[in-house]
Design a protein around this ligand. Structure first.
Ligand SMILES: [Zn+2]
Length: 56
């Protein structure tokens, strides 16, 4: 099953797809490091990202 995450940063329309939550979280961290270097990936942010992952 494919899962998708739409970037939670306001104004960013990136979407990330992967087969597993772990795969998406790894890509999301890469995306955040590259596109949102000012966003701190603290526990709350990571939780928020994780809860935004949907099955597609
Ligand atoms: Zn983004």
């Amino acid at each position: 099953m494919t899962k998708r995450l739409d970037c939670i940063i306001e104004g960013c329309h990136a979407s990330i797809e992967g087969e597993t939550e772990a795969e998406i979280m790894a890509q999301a961290q890469e995306h955040a490091a590259g596109a949102h270097p000012d966003v701190e990936l603290d526990d709350a942010t990571v939780e928020s990202i994780r809860s935004s992952i949907r099955d597609v």
